[in-house]
Design a protein around this ligand. Structure first.
Ligand SMILES: C[S@@+](CC[C@H](N)C(=O)[O-])C[C@H]1O[C@@H](n2cnc3c(N)ncnc32)[C@H](O)[C@@H]1O
Length: 225
């Protein structure tokens, strides 16, 4: 099936952000946390960058689990970050280790070679130009940084996409079902992501399917394949 880009890059409409922030993504979020812990070995320590953090659930979970981790969590949608700030009100003890930044890639003014972890969930398929993610990664990661970028993987057909919506979001509000369907159509395949990595000098990272609807791009940046 041919890729159909997302109608909008940012999830900045208040009702869209509210539907996303109110949804239960505990299963993929837990998968993300398990993958980075297995890859890096717990406890995680140092500076992490979470690109396209949305309402911040993964960042907050990682901070709770890893007391020596600090996270810069960035999103271009003020509406999404408002939900992250609300969640932080419930967990003020995490505030000193979380920097929430409203900035849109590629225009975010991020420090170079500053992060021990570069993380992202469900951002790649949103970007109009995917190279923006690869350039940000290569600029911001410290040599040897742990990288985990998880995203949806494009199904083979619209019918398969619809079936995934029914399997995982049958009870979700229509706006969320629509966004999930659009995201599946906008997602990349493993082969497409491998080609992007090769074209951007990141062939040391690997790409694999990690669930019926997700792929993960992982490895240590700046290390030979
Ligand atoms: C599907 S959400 C994922 C949110 C979060 N990572 C999660 O797993 O719950 C994608 C997020 O990426 C943000 N985004 C899209 N394009 C962006 C860009 N160019 N710069 C910064 N954020 C962006 C959107 O606003 C949205 O909040």
């Amino acid at each position: 099936m041919q890729r159909i880009p997302e109608p909008e890059e940012l999830m900045d409409a208040p009702e869209q952000a509210a539907a996303y922030a109110g949804a239960d993504f505990s299963e993929p979020n837990q998968l993300f946390v398990e993958l980075i812990e297995a890859q890096a070995g717990a406890p995680l320590r140092g500076e992490a960058l979470d690109l396209g953090c949305g309402p911040g659930d993964i960042a907050l979970d990682l901070l709770r689990r890893h007391p020596e981790l600090r996270i810069t969590a960035l999103d271009g949608a003020a509406a999404m970050l408002a939900h992250a700030r609300q969640r932080l009100v419930q967990a003020p003890e995490l505030g000193p280790r979380l920097a929430l930044r409203c900035a849109t890639l590629p225009d975010a003014d991020l420090p170079a070679a500053a992060f021990d972890f570069v993380l992202s969930n469900s951002l790649l398929h949103h970007l109009r130009e995917p190279a923006v993610l690869w350039h940000t990664l290569a600029r911001c990661a410290r040599p040897g940084a742990q990288v985990l970028l998880m995203d949806l993987a494009r199904p083979a057909s619209p019918a398969e996409a619809e079936a995934l919506v029914q399997t995982h979001a049958a009870d979700a509000p229509p706006i969320l079902q629509r966004d999930f369907y659009n995201s599946l159509l906008a997602a990349y395949t493993v082969a497409e992501v491998e080609a992007q990595l090769a074209a951007n000098g990141l062939a040391e990272l690997s790409v694999e399917r990690v669930s019926d609807r997700h792929l993960a791009i992982r490895g240590r940046w700046g290390e030979a394949a």
